[in-house]
Design a protein around this ligand. Sequence first.
Ligand code: FAD
Ligand code: SIN
Length: 538
Amino acid sequence: MKKSTEPKRYLISFDSHTTSHVFTDILIIGSGVAGLSAAIEASKHCSVLVVTKDKIDENNTVYAQGGIAVVLSENDAIAKHIKDTLDAGQGLCDTPVVKTIISEGPERVKELIEWGAVFDREDDHLVFTQEGGHHFPRIIRAKGDSTGKEIEQALIRTIKGNKNIKVFEHTFTIDIVTRDGICHGVIAWHAKKGYMVIWARRTILATGGCGQVYRETTNPDVATGDGLAMAYRAGAALQDMEFVQFHPTTLYIAGAVRFLITETVRGEGGILRNKKGERFMPWYHSQAELAPRDVVSQSILKEMQKTDHTNVYIDVRHIPKERLYARFPRIREICASFGIDIARDLIPVRPSAHYMIGGIKVDRLSRTTVGQLYACGEVACSGMHGANRLGSNSLLEGLVTGYRAGKDAGASIQKSVRKLVPYAIRESMDLSKISWLDLDDIRNSLKSLMWRDAGIERDERHLLEAGEMIEMWGSYVMDKEFSNPTGWELQNMILVSGLIVSSALKRKESRGVHHRSDYPETDNIRWKRHITVKKAKS
Ligand code: FAD
Ligand code: SIN
């Protein structure tokens, strides 16, 4: 990011004398799988406050369909899951992290089952499915295609009776409060309660991804990259921001929300066909429909271009109707609402932005480069996924890294003699409160730009064009002071988009989900390394 377009330290000016104050030992921002796992573990040590910008169960986690990849089948092995994950990551995974997360996974999932999560079984045995890039059926699921909802509900039930955990819903975190490079909490906003400084001895960011910066995305509206942006403003290092994963198969009907058609549909035998009805995946990869996601997304794009059509199709008509309906009840229902009977009709699909592989750089204990600040789940870059994430590996990562963040934050408080001491803050950001901007228009333009110029296929010309547009919009959006989430989210989306584009420009090769048509080869000599970004000191 150019020095001239670096964001100001805070999105708003504020004075701690005129805000309300809240105190907690551990503050967790976000209520998905990572945030709630962290909360449960941290609450064994001290008081915990979970702050979330919507209702507690509105997040990426709830929409997860396919399942969790975990070694619980007798014939599977931790070493095999590690190998598949490392292979998909194309040289950029952090091997010790991969080993830790995959080895701890079974214990965390068993705990989740004890907390009441019910995964699908046949004859009392868990059933396992296969997804792209996995060489073994190791994905467990709930209610066919509602895994995330089942996990989220089990976690919510578990925190409900816990006296050490409080939850603030509909509370938007604007920025992390730091002094001398150490995090002391956040400044947040609630429509009725106004601005508040939440003072915390440790803060854990679990704010999820940023799919909303793209026009086509599987992510819900809350996924605007706020945690990434606020960590960057606070001076944290971010890593691998060019690696955005595109899911190959999202329902494509004009006007419909981009509902995911889970990869397990292909795992159960679904076939991809182009406009002419031809099965095309065997032309591109030996694993055909079960090739890694980047390969499937890029192949779909090529077929759409070749046949001059807006989408391709998934064909599951050969699967017996009863099995299909029982296995994918939610997909059946959503498709039926658009007049598509999945047992009889082809399902129109195309790729869309799905998962942010990059994020806030963390160590094995989920600690960021800012003191007393942790990050876990999708907002963090733990090194688990490298240049490409295997399907169903992120719920696992959220469970394990959330647990580890909660555990380390709790334990470090117990060891520390330092008390929580609030101090006076007066931050004046020299921002204009007068704005004639049409925020929705800029948001939509940004999303279209990102989709067109920084999407599945990238090249220097388009990335430069995107960078210039983002800089121009930034020049008149970033100098304004907004008073509600619409403006703050847009500012965060502009910042995160800029980081994606500048990192994508730098990486002059193709690797994993980052595909440069002007540099189609993988360059292990120059680029088997990470790109790290950090705000220039102002
Ligand atoms: P989230 O679950 O996204 O939670 C983030 C939380 O942070 C939310 O509560 C949000 O409101 C809050 N937040 C954000 N910004 C702020 C702010 N400024 N102030 C306060 N709160 C804030 N992965 C798998 O492993 N298996 C799957 O089958 C699977 N299917 C998926 C299907 C879909 C449709 C999608 C979108 C993703 C899927 N994924 C799947 C990916 C996986 O669901 C996510 O990576 C994972 O759930 C992220 O969890 P998280 O806790 O990090 O973030
Ligand atoms: C899916 O069900 O296809 C999504 C799985 C994932 O993103 O891990």
